[in-house]
Design a protein around this ligand. Structure first.
Ligand code: KIV
Length: 274
């Protein structure tokens, strides 16, 4: 799977499944589930690093997590999902030279085959153009862009005709600048469906209705593991409660030293580190 192959999926009408991962364990899960793309999203700043927003995560941390994700993939190299890594806040906003250095570092030092960045202001379009002309595949991201949280909050975007026209123009601009795919987050379903039909590049939705070329989800949200669930991503299971109950049962079952052994039950095969 290469970034350009996603366009073939779109042409063949095959839905594109994108799931986030942040370490070897989560990467093995999403690969086994059949994801086409593993996104090492900067949501990991909140999901696993405990930050309040995505802003504090650094380029070095994104590379470290991407390397762990790469180690978690188990399939033969030619059958692995594509790895795309988010460029963190301030790694591409200060100009095209910085952006090429940051994105180039991601591709040199990790198994990522491309990067994702947010927005489509003229400066960002110039950055996308430079990255693409430097051989670095870029995925765009419009709508709710968490790196702009202090301007936009986490509200649904493009709710009125003027902002919808603006978003459409930005999507066309990102395609023209060379993005190989576009994430649309928390925007009206009609708008996302229209852009999926209009654009040649795949539109990957999250909170953008089900008529996109593909869908992306933060895996921890889908599994119900996140402490705060976004309203547009209902969990598939109550993972947090299930895990806490199981662990609570284990803690409660610990016997005081010297107590008689409880009856043995057949146990699962030992993990390799045991
Ligand atoms: O960081 C992330 O996980 C993302 C997805 C929500 C698309 O950008």
């Amino acid at each position: 799977m290469r970034p350009a192959d996603l366009r073939i999926c779109k042409q063949e009408g095959r839905p594109i499944a994108v799931l986030t991962a942040w370490d070897a364990l989560s990467a093995a899960l999403v690969e086994a589930a059949g994801a086409d793309v593993v996104l090492v999203g900067d949501s990991l700043a909140m999901v696993v690093l405990g930050h309040a927003t995505t802003l504090p995560v650094t380029l070095e941390e994104m590379i470290l997590h991407t390397r762990a994700v790469g180690r978690g993939l188990q399939r033969p190299a030619d059958q692995r999902p594509l790895i795309i890594t988010d460029l963190p806040f301030l790694s591409y906003q200060c100009g095209a030279d910085d952006a090429v250095a940051a994105a180039g570092q991601v591709l040199k030092d990790s198994p990522a085959a491309g990067v994702k960045l947010e927005g489509a202001e003229p400066e960002t379009l110039a950055v996308v153009d430079r990255l693409v002309r430097s051989g670095i595949p870029v995925m765009g991201h419009l709508g709710l862009t968490p790196q702009a949280v202090h301007q936009l909050g986490y509200r649904r975007q493009a709710n009125d005709p003027i902002s919808q026209e603006r978003l459409k123009r930005q999507a066309r601009d990102l395609q023209a600048a060379g993005c190989f795919a576009l994430v649309l987050e928390h925007v009206p379903a009609e708008l996302a469906a229209g852009l999926s039909t209009e654009l040649a590049i795949p539109v990957i939705g999250i909170g953008a209705g089900d008529r996109c070329d593909g869908q992306v989800r933060v895996t921890a949200d889908l599994l119900g593991l996140s402490a705060r669930q976004p309203p547009f991503c209902p969990p598939l299971l109550q993972g947090r409660e299930l895990c806490i109950d199981a662990l609570r049962g284990w803690v409660a079952g610990l016997q005081p030293q010297g107590a008689p052994n409880p009856p043995t039950t057949p146990s699962a095969p030992a993990a390799p580190h045991c």
